[in-house]
Design a protein. Structure first.
Length: 210
């Protein structure tokens, strides 16, 4: 069952809604492996961070910088431009939760579509235009959002002021989503084991002095 949280992204309510579960923006981390197929340090750090949120009941507050603030501003500009040229009515939502996974889409379109905006410096946007394909670094997030929201397609919009707007529609990739679902399932199992380990650690009796 999909839960919709109508709150501003990056608000206290938004952080609370996503606490303790893997989200689409970090699905690439969930699927990551380390050198030689070993354990990814980034994945382990993310797992421990979520375990801490589950145990304490408090979200780990994020941080913002100039680049992120610029991205939020450009998201609004990209949405307005896309909505005008596509005549699309975009529904804003704060967070979607579907079981033990979630996503923060930039917008929902109709009953089947989604909207995701990315800002990229001009030279990176030119690369998108030349390649004419979905930026590969966003595949896990976009396919993950479709999986969480149970929708069929997502329009990925790449924007920078005074540059052409890049729009690419990506449909559900069933095979990829199967792999993603397997990775998230394993991640959540490890998360539960970690939470149980920490909680039981505090219940272990101290060894008696000799």
């Amino acid at each position: 069952m999909i839960q919709i949280f109508d709150c501003a992204q990056n608000s206290p309510e938004w952080y609370a809604a996503r606490a303790g579960i893997p989200t689409a923006s970090e699905f690439h981390t969930v699927m990551a492996s380390g050198r030689g197929g070993g354990e990814s340090k980034t994945r382990k750090t993310y797992l421990y961070k979520l375990a801490g949120e589950v145990i304490t009941g408090k979200p780990t507050e994020g941080f913002t910088n100039g680049h992120m603030e610029r991205g939020h501003t450009m998201e609004v500009e990209a949405r307005e431009m896309y909505s005008f040229i596509s005549d699309a009515d975009i529904q804003l939502v704060g967070f979607l939760r579907n079981g033990n996974k979630g996503a923060s889409p930039d917008g929902l379109i109709g009953n089947d579509g989604m909207f995701e905006a990315k800002s990229k410096l001009p030279h990176l946007l030119i690369e998108c235009l030349k390649r004419d394909d979905t930026p590969p670094e966003h595949k896990a997030q976009c396919q993950g959002a479709l999986w969480v929201a149970e929708r069929d397609w997502i329009d990925i919009v790449v924007y920078w002021p005074d540059m052409p707007l890049f729009v690419k529609r990506e449909y559900r990739d069933s095979a990829y989503i199967v792999s993603l679902a397997t990775a998230v399932k394993q991640f959540n199992e490890e998360l539960a084991e970690t939470v149980e380990f920490v909680r039981s650690y505090g219940r272990q009796p101290l060894a008696k002095a000799g």
